[in-house]
Design a protein around this ligand. Structure first.
Ligand SMILES: Cc1cc2nc3c(=O)[nH]c(=O)nc-3n(C[C@H](O)[C@H](O)[C@H](O)COP(=O)(O)O)c2cc1C
Length: 356
């Protein structure tokens, strides 16, 4: 069980990759009627695609809701998803042999486990219930005019067009999501790199860029109450996330103040605007009214078919493993709704706190 205890909502995710079911319990959600169809198509974006490079594990991911009637939510609700396509046999040769850079060894040190089947509670499968809660939070935010949208901005060293090249609208992201790959361009190149990597028995990482459109200025607080910290702490809940940056992020450390600052002006209607958005829409931990932009780095999928060195914890010796289970060669496309979910839940919790 993993618990996010926000200022206003709590989100508790339970279950394991190969347990009978996984699920989520949410408390403190505002009164709201969700759209099931919209939620199901959101969840569909997280499911493995049928491509040769994606995990062959097939789950329907249809949640059963408790505390929700005809889509009506009033405070607390739960959702459960059955695991039907588990295959622990794929892991029989891995007993006591941690997969390099998966959670296995750290998990063993924490809980003493030697059976790493399916990755247990550290599996990417647990992002299904995260997306149930996050998908509903995203819908609620839309009723307030706030839109959270992401796309794949890079796979390996192939970089697509991104917000950093110039402002992008939510409509443009949605339009480009249609089809078989959720990036703004370079889709064919990205797909072909993933396919080649899969065929080589390897995996590749990449980045998801996520934009929060329509969040008014003044949300967040200083120091420990900062919006960047709040958002990134939830984004880091998504397995395989290894970096989060806002705006121009690390690149700002190479800039001068004169080229890094976002200068302000009044437009013809008297609204305060910015000439640029290098800070990513947050200053002093508080939203400044600009779009909030974050870039999230995903490591390559740890489970690869290529032979790797590891240890045999049962016999206390060095060994090698070849992983036969079903794994994505690149999890980045499926991770887009996971990032959107984490961001939406963080923003929702802050919005409820700041609702005036
Ligand atoms: C949607 C999604 C699917 C994932 N699928 C796999 C997978 O098939 N095989 C694998 O080794 N890791 C997969 N991962 C990543 C691991 O769960 C993750 O790398 C592992 O728990 C270690 O955590 P860390 O990389 O954050 O340190 C997936 C992650 C996500 C978000």
């Amino acid at each position: 069980m993993s618990l996010f205890k926000g200022k206003n909502i709590t989100v508790e995710i339970y279950g394991e990759s190969h347990s009978e079911k996984i699920g989520v319990n949410v408390t403190g959600f505002p009164e709201f009627k969700m759209n099931y169809e919209k939620l199901f198509s959101f969840l569909e974006r997280r499911r493995p695609s049928s491509g040769v490079f994606s995990t062959k594990r097939k789950e329907s991911d249809v949640p059963e809701f408790f505390g929700v009637k005809d889509g009506e939510i009033s405070g607390d609700f739960s959702a459960e998803i059955k695991n039907s396509d588990t295959r622990s046999v794929d892991y029989s040769n891995l007993y006591g042999k941690p997969r390099p850079s998966h959670a296995d060894y750290a998990w063993h040190k924490r809980d003493g486990t030697l059976d790493f089947s399916g990755g247990g509670r550290f599996s990417g499968r647990l992002t299904a219930p995260l997306c149930v809660a996050g998908g509903i939070a995203k819908q609620y935010l839309e009723t307030l005019g706030i839109q959270v949208e992401g796309y794949v901005s890079s796979v390996g060293k192939i970089f697509s067009k991104s917000y950093k090249d110039g402002k992008i609208s939510a409509e443009e992201i949605l339009k480009n999501r249609e089809g078989d790959f959720p990036s703004l361009d370079k889709k064919e190149e990205m797909l072909s790199l993933i396919k080649d990597t899969f065929l080589a028995g390897d995996s590749v990482g990449g980045k998801v860029e996520c934009i929060i459109f329509g969040l008014k200025a003044g949300i967040g607080d200083n120091l420990f109450g900062g919006l960047e910290g709040k958002i990134s702490s939830l984004v880091y809940a998504v397995p395989a996330v290894k970096g989060v940056e806002f705006g121009d992020g690390f690149k700002l450390s190479e800039s001068l103040g004169s080229t890094a600052n976002d200068e302000l002006y009044y437009d013809d209607d008297g609204n305060i605007c910015f000439y640029s958005n290098r800070s990513g829409g947050i200053n002093g931990g508080i939203s400044n009214g600009n779009d909030i932009t974050l870039s999230v780095a995903f490591r390559p999928t740890p489970s690869i078919r290529l032979k790797q060195r590891t240890v045999d914890l049962v016999n206390g010796c060095n060994t090698e493993i070849e992983i036969k289970g079903r794994h994505d060669a690149c999890i980045v496309p499926r991770a887009v709704p996971c990032v959107e979910s984490a961001v939406a839940l963080a923003v929702l919790d802050e919005i409820l706190n700041n609702k005036k």
